[in-house]
Design a protein. Structure first.
Length: 123
């Protein structure tokens, strides 16, 4: 979960056979537990249905779903922030391959990578 400034709010690492909407519910819950001032969530079309219903029922919030991407280049509001933040994780050598033994260490390496990216901006 990333805020509108590209700061990582919550991370959940799960098995590949867990659908994104199910994993999204857990990451949204963790983010809302830490930051109860969240006003809404955003997602792409893959999060329609079960995720939107869960957020409405559990937190009484709405989910802004970005429209389908067209074949031509179009800037989608807020979506580029998430994509850029996740792309910066690719600069972390430790996250480039699956070196971690446990889920907890993978989640912590994502947090450390995000902190490193933020701190580089001050240097």
């Amino acid at each position: 979960m990333v805020d509108t400034m590209g700061n990582l709010l919550s991370v959940v690492v799960h098995a590949a056979n867990v659908h994104d909407t199910v994993g999204g519910m857990e990451v949204a819950s963790r983010a809302f537990d830490k930051y109860d001032t969240i006003l809404r969530f955003c997602g792409d079309e893959g999060y329609r249905g079960m995720f939107v219903d869960y957020i409405a029922c559990e937190f009484d919030l709405e989910v802004n779903i970005s429209e389908r991407i067209t074949p031509r280049f179009v800037i989608l509001p807020k979506r580029w922030i998430v994509e850029r933040t996740l792309a910066w994780f690719g600069n972390s050598r430790r996250l480039s391959k699956d070196y971690e033994v446990s889920v907890e260490s993978s989640e912590n390496m994502a947090i450390i990578s995000n902190l490193h990216t933020i701190l580089k901006g001050f240097g």
